[in-house]
Design a protein around this ligand. Structure first.
Ligand SMILES: Cc1cc2nc3c(=O)[nH]c(=O)nc-3n(C[C@H](O)[C@H](O)[C@H](O)COP(=O)(O)OP(=O)(O)OC[C@H]3O[C@@H](n4cnc5c(N)ncnc54)[C@H](O)[C@@H]3O)c2cc1C
Length: 421
């Protein structure tokens, strides 16, 4: 590392890597230290539950860029865990004892997999999916006719289910709630996703909780549900979400908090940032899955666990580390690929009090949500990419525009969405 203070990034994941690139693009000529606990160069996670499991992608293809490109930009990748930060002295310490003095710091620490707190959760064959190493361990387990039980009907669990079916596995998804995709997708769309999985041979068990996992004498795993039913499995994939990795921020005394939608229970923790993505300490920023940031649709804060959020927040935070003072104004957006269908959600569906359904040729639908004041707050769609992707791009622009929209026109497939923007 060069002498003098560097731009430091804790977490060499998607947001960390993107921020390092942006610092150079924005003209920072000093040192950049990108410190990550994983041994890999920064990579994108979406392929982990899709192409990497079906065999259509390789690990190398997930990397943000090559080793040579990081070197050419003089961006130092340090493999190690950051243990503490001294916000007053502007230094950080790694677990191996090294100290880094920083000019400005970005926390892009992502999240930790939520663990299943039941007997047998530690057994061999009970796995989670967050990292390249997790995907490399899971992929060979998805052999033809292997029995796979997925615990959790969120988007990662369902993508694993679709990938496992593509590999010829027998798949059962167990979900504790009365519907799939509870956190982020309207119920009617979740019903369509469920029907697609069932058409593809996945068994979906709703309102069911795994109570224990045991190893049978024949080596198989036995998952006991609270109904008393026992599911046999060769592999159990636990997909019950993440907890934001905000422990370093808390130990540093930075403000962390709970996101809460108006009128709803607080839902998740995270590092509190303002509109410029700065934490409660001068010179320290946060971006990606760990950041709890002001919503552009109201006075509340939200946290997003999406590719788009990591990508766009990292760039804004990096420019602000250099003094740009740029507000982060992006509307949330994510996609999920399952079989040859795609789910996309733009905005915040939880804020909607009224839904307008628009049919899209090819069997797709887009559900627009309006808040109490009639403002468009989200568009959630499910369809096959041809035709649907273009409609959804326009729907996204409408949500991002936050302009008043005519509900009757939105519902009418004869009225082009383009004409409403
Ligand atoms: C399997 C999977 C599939 C996904 N699919 C989609 C999708 O289809 N569409 C979509 O929009 N989004 C998807 N996502 C979400 C998206 O990938 C994440 O939102 C994104 O990776 C978040 O980036 P991040 O940089 O905030 O966190 P991460 O990419 O998780 O990076 C955080 C890094 O910080 C490191 N770290 C943490 N603490 C420390 C410390 N103290 N010291 C050093 N390093 C530390 C961690 O080891 C980790 O490498 C998916 C995620 C997963 C896991």
């Amino acid at each position: 590392m060069k002498s003098g203070r560097v731009m430091a990034i804790v977490g060499a994941g998607h947001a960390g890597g993107r921020a390092a690139q942006t610092l150079r693009e924005a003209g920072w000529t000093g040192g950049i230290a990108m410190i990550g606990a994983e041994r890999h160069l920064p990579y994108e996670r979406p392929p982990l539950s899709k192409g990497l499991l079906t065999g259509e992608r390789e690990a190398q293809q997930c990397h943000l860029r090559s080793q040579e490109a990081w070197r050419a930009d003089h961006i130092e990748h340090i493999v190690g865990a950051v243990q503490s930060i001294d916000a007053r002295e502007r230094t950080l310490q790694l677990a191996d004892g090294r100290t880094v003095a920083y000019e400005a710091l970005l926390l892009a620490t992502g999240g930790h997999l939520r663990r299943l707190a039941i007997a047998g959760a530690q057994l061999d064959g009970v796995v989670g999916l967050r990292t390249l190493d997790d995907a490399a361990a899971l992929a060979p387990r998805l052999s033809e006719q292997a029995r796979v039980v997925v615990i959790g009907g969120g988007f990662i669990g369902l993508e694993v289910a679709a990938s496992a079916r593509a590999r010829g596995c027998e798949v059962c998804v167990v979900e504790g709630a009365a519907r799939l995709l509870g956190r982020c997708v309207p119920a009617a769309i979740a019903g369509r996703v469920q029907a697609l999985h069932e058409r593809n041979g996945v068994r979906i068990v709703l309102n069911a909780c795994a109570q224990a996992i045991a190893r049978r004498d024949d080596g198989a795993l036995a998952v006991t549900l609270d109904s008393g039913e026992v599911l046999d499995a060769d592999t159990v994939v636990v997909g019950i979400g993440i907890e934001p990795a905000d422990e370093l921020a808390r130990a540093t005394g930075l403000e962390t908090g709970l996101s809460a939608l108006p009128g709803l229970q607080p839902s998740s923790r995270g590092i509190v940032v303002n509109t410029t993505l700065q934490t409660s300490a001068a010179g320290i920023y946060a971006a990606g899955d760990v950041a709890l940031f002001p919503s552009r649709f109201g006075a509340h804060r939200i946290r997003q666990e999406t590719w788009h959020n990591a990508q766009t927040q990292a760039s804004v935070a990096a420019r602000n580390m250099l003094g740009a003072g740029e507000p982060y104004r992006e509307a949330p957006w994510f996609w999920s690929d399952q079989y040859d269908w795609q789910l996309q959600v733009s905005g915040e569906p939880a804020l909607g009090v009224r839904t307008i359904v628009r049919d899209v040729p090819g069997g797709a639908q887009i559900h627009f949500a309006l808040d109490a004041g009639g403002q468009l707050v989200s568009a959630s769609g499910f369809g096959q990419p041809q035709g649907f992707a273009k409609e959804m791009r326009l729907a996204r622009m409408l949500v991002e525009g936050a302009a008043p929209v005519d509900a009757v026109s939105l519902a009418n497939p004869e009225v082009k969405l383009k004409s409403l923007i």
